[in-house]
Design a protein around this ligand. Structure first.
Ligand SMILES: CC(C)(COP(=O)(O)OP(=O)(O)OC[C@H]1O[C@@H](n2cnc3c(N)ncnc32)[C@H](O)[C@@H]1OP(=O)(O)O)[C@@H](O)C(=O)NCCC(=O)NCCS
Length: 167
């Protein structure tokens, strides 16, 4: 399996991955995959990594976009959505995608990453709960972060406005 940045022709396969990955998800809208297209359109996709497994093609994808903390621009970023095709889950694909995202964002000088989701997965890839940085509408136990510098700011996270759009 190879993890690489998305290419133009991957857009459809990326939509498919998220459509199926989130199909039975309890908290997420089925059409959330459209967020990735919206982020791409407004140049807010800081990183977009695919997991490619021949001959299957793209089996996983991960998105990184900027965040604000207490409404201020920051050098912290949001990791998500991340999705792996249901039949390819629990084989280490998600873990490898996140590891590559951490490498990519550290190389870009990011100070840290935040995410929201199942802590059972995110704690396996170095994230932790930390009450200093919170999402206003997410249960604190589903809010996770990974510092890439020595400083963890305090405050409320705001994602790119596309995340609050009715899809
Ligand atoms: C979350 C997700 C991206 C993880 O990808 P994955 O390729 O299945 O994860 P990995 O195989 O790399 O798992 C790494 C470890 O995380 C933990 N983990 C992953 N999925 C888990 C689950 N559903 N329940 C419990 N632990 C889980 C396990 O400890 C796992 O290691 P193990 O299989 O050796 O026990 C994938 O399950 C997915 O697409 N889920 C639906 C979409 C979603 O919820 N995305 C996250 C919110 S944006």
């Amino acid at each position: 399996m190879r993890i690489r940045p998305e290419k133009k022709y991957d857009a459809n396969a990326i939509r498919k991955v998220h459509y199926y990955a989130f199909n039975d998800h309890p908290y997420t809208l089925k059409e959330d995959y459209k967020l990735i297209d919206l982020l791409r359109e407004k140049n807010a996709l800081v990183a977009s990594l695919v997991a490619e497994e021949p001959p299957l093609g793209i089996i996983g994808h991960l998105t990184i976009s900027p965040i604000r903390i207490n409404k201020e621009k920051t050098n912290w970023f949001y990791l998500g959505p991340i999705g792996v095709l249901p039949e390819e889950q629990r084989k280490g694909v998600g873990k490898q995608l996140v590891k590559e995202a951490i490498r990519t964002m550290a190389a870009l000088g990011a100070e840290g990453l935040v995410s929201r989701g199942d802590p059972k997965f995110f704690t396996q890839v170095g994230f932790r709960n930390d009450s200093r940085l919170i999402f206003s509408k997410i249960q604190p136990e589903h809010s996770v972060l990974l510092p890439l510098s020595s400083n963890v700011p305090e405050g409320i996270i705001t994602l790119d406005p596309v995340f609050s759009r009715e899809l």
